[in-house]
Write a protein that binds this ligand. Structure first.
Ligand SMILES: [Zn+2]
Ligand SMILES: [Zn+2]
Length: 301
């Protein structure tokens, strides 16, 4: 049996609320290593049904500083600490990550003091600490860390303008690779990083469904609709995802960070991915919260 190399989806939604999909978050499981990738609203509470003990997560990486990728960080830090963490969380992300973590920890300052006073000797003071490294944004995937299991962590810059910098990540383990696009429009750096990947997890906006959704909202919430008008310019559209996956020769494609946000409805998910399999010949899946998908070696052409 090859060692475990899985992506666990905590949140598969976007900033637009859905009853079924939380903000963006994942755990990459590689052997004994657990790496959190983003922590949007609701992601921390999704850990419990996945069976992943928060204290076993030693590393967290962030793609960019949009709310739907970061706002569950305080809950995650508290769950990690109170489930037994004894070492600081190693945090990596683009410029802005240190300011974000400092701000969340400042907000938690009194809570931390109260808990240490209430549970003397039970909570390790280092378990709520973080050590942050901001990583440079480069178009080519570059390694910035290796986990204890041998999991290699690589980052590359993507195009989520005006969100600069924004990163995607590639993970290599046991001769297999998984790429997480982060939030991006179609860009060459993602195409290059995804070359030959066994699994690609991609941001995805269905343009027809998003346009219909925006028009429905316009009648009742004109400001929201006006904001939604700007969204398609900085997310990759479903036909583009299919072409990119085909051109990069990836083994399996998983769509997440869905726009518009969908309920767990098979008919709507099918509509969301309509036409993609005419372009990309491999398996296409729409991720759901708490789902675990294995990174399996792709079939060589
Ligand atoms: Zn974003
Ligand atoms: Zn997002």
């Amino acid at each position: 049996m090859p060692p475990v190399f899985d992506i666990v989806f905590l949140g598969t939604g976007s900033p637009i609320p859905s009853p079924d999909r939380c903000g963006c978050g994942h755990v990459v499981v590689a052997g004994e290593s657990h790496v959190l990738v983003d922590c949007g609203y609701g992601s921390a509470r999704r850990l419990m049904p996945t069976g992943i003990v928060p204290a076993t997560i030693g590393t967290a990486v962030f793609t960019h500083m949009h709310t739907d990728h970061i706002t569950d960080v305080p809950d995650f830090l508290n769950l990690r600490w109170t489930s037994g963490a004894t070492k600081p969380l190693q945090v990596f992300g683009p410029t802005g990550t240190k300011k974000m973590m400092d701000g969340f920890l400042l907000a938690l300052e009194d809570d931390i003091r109260f808990r240490l006073a209430h549970h003397p000797g039970k909570l390790h003071p280092d378990g709520i600490r973080v050590e942050v490294t901001e990583i440079p944004a480069t178009p080519d995937a570059a390694s910035f860390a290796t986990a204890a299991s041998g999991l290699s962590l690589e980052s590359f810059e993507v195009d989520h303008f005006p969100v600069v910098p924004a990163l995607g990540y590639r993970f290599r383990f046991d001769g297999r690779s998984a790429v997480l696009s982060g939030d991006t429009s179609m860009c060459d750096s993602l195409l290059a990083a995804a070359q030959g990947a066994d699994l690609l997890v991609s941001d995805a906006l269905n343009p027809a469904m998003f346009a219909q959704f925006t028009e429905r909202v316009r009648a009742i919430r004109p400001l929201a609709a006006a904001l939604f008008d700007d969204v398609p310019s900085y997310h990759i559209h479903t036909p583009e995802v299919a072409r990119l996956a085909r051109d990069a020769g990836v083994g399996r494609l998983v769509l997440s960070h869905l726009l518009p946000n969908l309920p767990n409805d098979p008919a709507m998910e099918e509509q969301f991915a309509a036409g993609m399999s005419d372009i990309f010949p491999g398996p296409i899946q729409i991720a759901r919260d708490t789902q675990r998908i294995s990174v399996e070696k792709r079939n060589q052409p």
